[in-house]
Design a protein around this ligand. Structure first.
Ligand code: NAD
Ligand code: TYD
Length: 351
């Protein structure tokens, strides 16, 4: 079947993997990537598909009501995969309003346009909202997030994402808009902006710079390789049931400090350094305000209902990720030479 899919945030980390997968695997679909190109958006991520006939890029803000309407009408959009968001917790602590604007009002703008455009014919329409496990709050030593775990967001980022999830469900319940939501755990892999833990530390190790570990490094995250997430999005887009939520995760929990030591060791080997050299760079710094202790996803539902399972073991995924950053030094250099340095100095006060 032919489809005109609007993907928002397709120039970002996860978005670029989703765009590439759909453009390559579904030549019948028209993929329209709408992205504002904030500091996190990078068209370099999409070089390999930018001239494909079934791909179109539109530079626009999801909060711009007129532009969103124009895009829906110009491309007869019949499905949305919504990834655009402000995504970094540390930035949400310094600038919560920007997160409310993009994550809540931007989502509402898209939902409302979808409702207006599709009102008379909801057949084969879908608004697919990409969310995070952080909406569920923070776990203690045991337990996993399930789809019916009560929302308890604790950072401005997760509060804004939680609010956007509620609006999506409200549009499903009130206007009958066909929707699906997935809440995924922490992603890692190629093309991630080097403000997030894994690419930041790979970059700092390469440049022999301090590795700023928040608090005692005991916080736990559940890590999933980004291409496994993109594959899950493809499956949910095609097979997910209207109104449902699916949790996505790798059953792959790591205490930050243990993960960091693995990265140090792999990097030492790849850079021909003595094993243990990079660990010397570990520097404990002031903890993040309100730092969530543990996230962990139970992804049984998507596995049993839709047949999705992670394909990569973590050791393989981290190796592939480190290789990518080492082979794409220009990609990192281009980012680091811009506003990044100013953000970095303000955030860490380390040299
Ligand atoms: P990212 O920060 O790498 O990319 C976000 C993209 O959205 C960028 O290309 C940016 O230019 C674009 N964007 C931001 N504001 C916009 C606006 N107002 N209008 C149009 N485009 C805008 O983020 P990511 O890590 O790829 O995350 C993508 C989505 O997945 C987000 O919704 C995030 O909440 C969710 N998510 C991320 C993770 C993770 O570990 N990264 C985990 C679970 C869920
Ligand atoms: P991050 O990649 O920012 O993702 P999230 O906060 O959405 O989980 O951080 C992952 C973990 O690493 C989190 O517990 C915070 C920690 N962290 C550090 O210790 N130092 C850092 O410089 C960063 C960016 C994160």
């Amino acid at each position: 079947m032919k489809k005109n899919i609007l993907i928002t945030g397709g120039a970002g980390f996860i978005g670029c993997h989703v765009v590439k997968l759909l453009v390559n695997n579904y030549p019948n679909y028209n993929i329209i990537n709408m992205d504002k190109l904030t500091y996190a958006g990078n068209l370099e991520n999409l070089k390999e598909i930018e001239n494909h006939p079934n791909y179109k890029f539109v530079k626009a803000d999801i909060c711009d009501i007129d532009k969103v309407k124009e895009v829906f009408e110009t491309y007869t959009v019949d499905s949305v995969i919504h990834l655009a968001a402000e995504s970094h917790v540390d930035r949400s602590i310094t600038n919560p309003f920007e997160f409310a604007q993009t994550n809540i009002l931007g989502t509402l703008t898209l939902l409302n346009q979808a409702k207006n455009s599709w009102l008379n014919d909801l057949e084969d329409k879908l608004f697919y909202h990409i969310s995070t496990d952080e909406v569920y709050g923070s776990l203690g030593d045991t337990g996993l997030f399930l789809e019916d775990t009560p929302y308890d967001p604790k950072s401005p980022y997760s509060a804004a994402k939680a609010s956007s999830d509620h609006f999506v469900r409200a549009y499903n319940n009130t206007y009958g808009l066909p929707v699906v939501i997935t809440n995924c755990s922490n992603n890692y892999g190629p093309n991630q902006f080097p403000e997030k833990l894994i690419p930041l530390f790979i970059n700092n190790i390469q440049n022999k710079k301090p590795l700023p570990v928040y608090g005692k490094g005991e916080n736990i995250r559940d890590w999933l390789y980004v291409e496994d997430h993109a594959r899950a999005i493809d499956i949910v887009f095609h097979k997910g049931r209207n109104g449902e939520t699916y949790n996505i995760g790798g059953f792959n929990e790591w205490k930050n400090i243990d993960l960091i030591k693995v990265i140090c060791k792999v990097m030492d080997k790849k850079l021909g350094r003595e094993i243990g050299e990079s660990e010397q760079l570990i520097t404990y710094v002031k903890d993040r305000a309100g730092h969530d202790m543990r996230y962990a996803i139970d992804s049984t539902k998507i596995s049993e209902e839709l047949g999705w399972n992670p394909s990569l073991q973590f050791e393989e995924g981290i190796e592939k990720t480190i290789n990518w950053y080492l082979q794409n030094k220009d990609w990192l250099e281009n980012i680091i030479s811009g506003d990044y340095q100013e953000y970095y100095n303000k955030q860490y006060n380390l040299r």
